[in-house]
Design a protein around this ligand. Structure first.
Ligand code: PLP
Length: 411
């Protein structure tokens, strides 16, 4: 009899971005002294700040101040989140047109991932489903499976600037659907959803969901849009339930600080939010000192500040370079990203039967690590892969010279 059991769900679970087998290959290559290019993790602070991004100074100063202030910020926070943060999130959302935003409707967590986990945990079980974009951000598929629900997908159309195929959302919603997820700007594609498509999603959720289906609008990249201002899904409807998901990981360049939040709009009552807050009580609280520093940031930071503009310009230049280099390789197609720090190219030729075959051979021969598209719910034989556009141009040049050489050799 085994004393230590691992559940079936844990055995079945996988997380492609941190794929263990590929991670072991990278470690083995490094041990042999091979130079590697890790274009797989969407972390602006990766490799001890190598990419040149850092949390904004004013917010760092606020955190330093908090942790040096007697014991005021050393205890647990409330399970829903510190009032000062809930107020700051609600006030900012209201400024951006989310008409009913109020502090009581905000729930904060240790990173958005935690909130997404708990939210799916309180809403999804066997027999229920969630409608996700394909490609998705793998957290959603992983958590729906974890709670024994069924992921259903709608495609982001590469023939139409990776916009959602709204008719597929309509077809996927039924009486057991909890929510439709939209990620804007998108991880893994870097695409920005048009206002027209957002309105179309709202309309089908309203018609087919009949008040029982929510939109989960993941806007964690909203500050990282290269042109124009971000439009929040919840600012476009006064009656369809929307949960706006956001946090400091991406727009503030500090995912290691672990703070994210959900804002509930247009819900007829507080049942779902209260269930979420109850489950948040299991982990007692999110990080208190960081919540206060983040609240300071939301109140005082602007996307028009010099630091934010400088970083966004760097991201745009690096994203443009990525898509130019990829599109210049015969046999690769890449829709140019409009935000975030990813691109999602497709191989149109070459001997590789699956995306993972390509990814492993590229890593072994050229030391370049990318993520297979099937990790984002794509078909392996469609041979998509995701690259992170964060590295500086010199590093990118070396990586793309290698990808080019490799694809030309076999393609
Ligand atoms: C679309 C999307 N949602 C949520 C998250 C998780 O964010 P956090 O770092 O706040 O847990 C990520 C992180 O990469 C993401 O890309």
């Amino acid at each position: 009899m085994a004393l230590i059991r691992i559940t079936n769900r844990a055995q079945k679970a996988s997380y492609p971005i941190r794929d263990v087998e590929i991670g072991a290959r990278v470690a083995a290559l490094k041990k042999k002294g091979v130079k590697t290019y890790e274009l797989n993790i969407g972390d602006p602070g990766a490799y001890d700040g190598l990419y040149g991004f850092a949390m904004f100074k004013g917010i760092k100063d606020a955190l330093v101040h908090n942790i040096q202030t007697n014991g005021r910020f050393d205890g647990y926070a409330t399970e829903q989140g510190e009032r000062v943060l809930l107020e700051a999130v609600a006030a900012d959302a209201k400024k951006r047109g989310i008409h009913d935003a109020k502090p009581d409707n905000v729930v904060a967590g240790n990173g958005l991932s935690e909130i997404v986990d708990y939210l799916i945990g309180v809403s999804v079980e066997k027999g229920t489903n969630m409608v996700l974009p394909r490609p998705d951000y793998p957290l959603y598929t992983a958590r729906v499976n974890w709670y024994e629900g069924t992921p259903r997908y709608y495609d982001l159309d590469p023939e139409n600037a990776l916009q959602p195929k709204v008719e597929q959302i309509e077809a996927a919603i039924d009486g057991n659907t909890f929510a439709v997820v939209n990620i804007n700007p998108s991880n893994p594609t870097g695409a920005v959803c048009t206002e027209e498509k957002m309105k179309a999603i709202i309309d089908v959720v309203k018609d087919k969901g009949k008040g029982n289906v929510a939109i989960l609008s993941d806007e964690i990249y909203r500050l990282l849009r290269f042109e124009g201002k971000h439009v929040s899904m919840a600012s476009l409807t006064k009656d369809v339930p929307v949960i706006t998901l956001d946090g400091l990981s991406k727009g503030y360049y500090a995912p290691g600080w672990r703070t994210g939040h959900a804002l509930f709009s247009n819900f007829p009552d507080d049942k779902l939010k209260n269930a979420l807050v109850k489950v948040c009580g299991f982990r007692l609280s999110a990080n208190k000192a960081v919540q206060h520093a983040y609240a300071h940031g939301i109140r005082h930071f602007s996307e028009d500040d010099a630091e934010a503009r400088k970083y966004l310009a760097m991201l745009k230049e690096r994203a443009n370079y990525t898509s130019q280099r990829l599109n210049a390789i015969p046999g690769i197609r890449c829709v140019p990203p409009k935000g975030a720090f990813y691109a999602f190219p497709q191989l149109l030729k070459g001997p590789w039967k699956t995306d993972k075959e390509f990814v492993i051979q590229l890593l072994e021969e050229e030391g370049v690590r990318v993520v297979h598209g099937s990790g984002f719910a794509m078909k392996p034989e469609d041979r998509f892969f995701r690259v992170v556009t964060l590295p500086d141009l010199k590093t990118q040049k070396e990586a793309y010279d290698r990808i080019e050489r490799f694809v030309k050799k076999y393609g």
